[in-house]
Design a protein around this ligand. Structure first.
Ligand SMILES: NC(=O)c1ccc[n+]([C@@H]2O[C@H](COP(=O)([O-])OP(=O)(O)OC[C@H]3O[C@@H](n4cnc5c(N)ncnc54)[C@H](OP(=O)(O)O)[C@@H]3O)[C@@H](O)[C@H]2O)c1
Length: 253
């Protein structure tokens, strides 16, 4: 059985990935949709043309990861594509956000993503694909978004290294690094503080980000960055010392 796995499929980018992958009419038997909100996954499954399987689980705990591992062992599928979208972040000063919340961000964004990737690779074949949701926040340290940005820097670094390791197996790994995207992300993210105003002006639709990510994955690209402002930010973060950018951001506040 050939499958595609999408984590965080109940909303935002994950949901959009499932919809666009479905439209591509790839030769797969099932799309596996993973998240906690079962009703949302069922609604999505009802509009997909490809048969889908709902895996209702909380990936931030070991039970959720074990559940995924068990289903893989039972079904022994071929994973043609894995899209790791489950993730969240809190905007706010480091000490303002509770320790439990900081740790759960790392648990989902880093630990769960690593575990799902680790468990999935043995079921992949030549030309299988892995798409990891990093963020433009991964490009440099972000005061006021510190742990989230660091967690995404982990995803970017991990994905680039993994891409090299899996080259010999012809498995493509693409890290997607969007700037602000119109999803439910900010509803949760802004519990303690609001994002920089310029983020609101660079906000894009999930549809375009996902379209570019899928194209970049098909072209074998390691990084996918959508929009001119985010590509400029990526470029600046490589050529301008981070200290100078941080000073500029401090002055913009
Ligand atoms: N939106 C942005 O501006 C933006 C920018 C750059 C990167 N990103 C990254 O893109 C990814 C998708 O974010 P989004 O914008 O689509 O946000 P979103 O609409 O809030 O979606 C997040 C998804 O993660 C799932 N999720 C959260 N906690 C989970 C858990 N413990 N176990 C399993 N699934 C869980 C949610 O499903 P349930 O709540 O149903 O479990 C939901 O499907 C994230 O990794 C985010 O960091 C977003």
């Amino acid at each position: 059985m050939n499958i595609i796995v999408v984590t965080g499929a109940s909303s935002g980018l994950g949901r959009e990935f499932a919809l666009q992958i479905d439209r591509l009419k790839l030769k797969v038997d099932e799309i596996w949709l993973i998240a906690r909100r079962k009703d949302r996954l069922e609604q999505l499954a009802s509009i997909l043309t490809c048969p889908s399987r709902i895996l209702e689980c909380d990936l931030s705990n070991e039970e959720g990861i074990s559940y995924y591992k068990k289903i893989l062992e039972q079904e022994t599928p071929v994973i043609k594509m894995l899209v790791n979208c489950a993730g969240f972040g809190y905007v706010g000063q480091f000490q303002q956000i509770t320790l439990t919340e900081q740790a759960s961000m790392i648990d989902l964004n880093c630990r769960a993503l690593t575990q799902i990737t680790y468990l999935s690779i043995p079921y992949m074949k030549k030309r299988s694909r892995i798409i990891q949701l990093a963020s433009s926040a991964s490009f440099m340290p972000q005061p006021g978004f510190a742990v989230y940005a660091a967690s995404k820097a982990y995803v970017l670094s991990f994905s680039r290294a993994l891409s090299e390791e899996l080259r010999k197996d012809q498995i493509i790994v693409t890290a997607v690094c969007p700037g602000p995207v119109k999803t439910e992300f900010f509803e949760r993210a802004e519990k303690y503080g609001t994002s920089f105003t310029f983020k609101k002006y660079t906000m894009v639709e999930a549809e375009q980000v996902v379209q570019k990510a899928l194209n970049d994955s098909l072209r074998g690209r390691t990084i996918s960055v959508y929009s001119i402002p985010m590509n400029l930010f990526y470029l600046f973060s490589k050529i301008i010392p981070h200290k100078c950018i941080l000073l500029g951001l401090r002055m913009l506040k």
